[in-house]
Write a new protein. Sequence first.
Length: 81
Amino acid sequence: MNRFKTFLAVVILVAAILPQTQAIAELIYPPHEDPAVASEEMDAYFFLTHYTSILTLISTKDYADANKLIEQLRSFTYQKT
């Protein structure tokens, strides 16, 4: 019974210390990009989901809402460039 208590105490101690060692391994300050060198990338997932929504609206013959989404997509791409 004494061995079990010792073993249990060691396991609890290791479990208490182990999560804190993972936090120490992480960076304290995250690296940042140089704004002068950084370039903007287009999000392909955003465009694919927009096009899917547009094609779905076209297939259900809801042309007015499809046109609104197309205009939103155009204004988004013009603002980004």
